[in-house]
Write a protein that binds this ligand. Structure first.
Ligand SMILES: NC(=O)c1ccc[n+]([C@@H]2O[C@H](COP(=O)([O-])OP(=O)(O)OC[C@H]3O[C@@H](n4cnc5c(N)ncnc54)[C@H](O)[C@@H]3O)[C@@H](O)[C@H]2O)c1
Length: 256
């Protein structure tokens, strides 16, 4: 029987993390790298370079930063090609890239609607298709982890109709991909975070924070690393017989 440490070991595998330059994606990239994977930071944000430099400082030649807009089909294809050119294969894709501009339905215009759907849902499709084609061609299975949201199940507040539609779609797409790719030994799962402190969420003033945290049974917002630890589980051999599942990590928020 393999030991727990062996099941967690990602040495010799390569992971692409979209949105890996900050927030939840950066934390996931760090944990997968710590477990031994080569990591590609696929993100248009300039911080991607600092993240890959830091990881290369720990293990030279183990990280690559790519300027990728997940909503662009050419970018998604090039992301996979550049990854394979650099590291020789692709075993893990984490679809983390996402945006959440607040806007109620009565004020929402088609342009913003399309932008959110294009990035959160279109990007999920394009990156999954490009990566899965590579994984199928390799013939050795793979792992895809999609970062959805508790808003994939239930709206968390007024002002996120485009986001909620995209994340409900992301959860549906996760199940569909899991069904299609099971015969190729590619496991596809989602993580649905509740409120997590990230640069995207920004600095919340103490009064708003207190009101917000009162809705969370565990009484606090989550940390990016609490999502990253779950992503490590789903991306590693610790997770053996799970596909098409969504792991909710929300401090109990959906219980209310
Ligand atoms: N923070 C939360 O409370 C929370 C809760 C539920 C779900 N999520 C989801 O987790 C994911 C990450 O959220 P976060 O809070 O860490 O965000 P963040 O804004 O802190 O970081 C997001 C990263 O994604 C990158 N990105 C944005 N658009 C992109 C694009 N088109 N192509 C590639 N990269 C792009 C950004 O440059 C940034 O580096 C998102 O999918 C979000 O919906 C976050």
């Amino acid at each position: 029987m393999r030991t727990a440490a062996e099941l967690l070991d990602l040495s010799g595998r390569t992971a692409v993390v979209t949105g890996g330059a900050m927030g939840i994606g950066e934390a996931i990239a760090g944990r997968l790298h710590q477990a031994g994977a080569n990591v590609v930071i696929a993100d248009p944000g300039e911080q991607r370079l600092a993240v890959s430099d830091r990881l290369n400082g720990i293990r030279p030649g183990s990280a690559l930063a790519l300027d990728v807009n997940v909503a662009d089909p050419e970018n998604a294809r090039a992301m996979v090609d550049d990854t394979v050119d650099q590291f020789g294969s692709l075993e893990i894709l984490v679809n983390d890239a996402g945006i959440y501009p607040n806007c109620p339905i009565l004020e929402l215009d088609l342009e913003l609607w399309r932008r959110v759907i294009d990035v959160n849902l279109g990007g999920l499709f394009l990156c999954t298709q490009a990566a899965a084609r590579q994984m199928v061609a390799q013939g050795a299975g793979g792992r895809i982890v999609n970062i959805t949201s508790i808003d994939a199940l239930h709206p968390s507040m007024v002002g996120l109709p485009h986001y909620d539609a995209s994340k409900h779609g992301a959860w549906g797409f996760t199940k569909s991909a899991a069904l299609e790719f099971a015969e190729h030994d590619i496991q596809v799962n989602a993580i649905a975070p509740g409120a997590i402190r990230t640069p995207g969420v920004g600095e919340v003033d103490p009064q708003t924070l207190a009101a917000f945290e009162a809705l969370i049974p565990m009484g606090r917002m989550g940390d990016s690393d609490e999502i990253a630890r779950a992503a490590l589980f789903l991306a590693s051999d610790l997770c053996g017989y799970t596909t098409g599942s969504q792991l909710v990590i929300d401090g109990g928020r959906l219980l209310r």
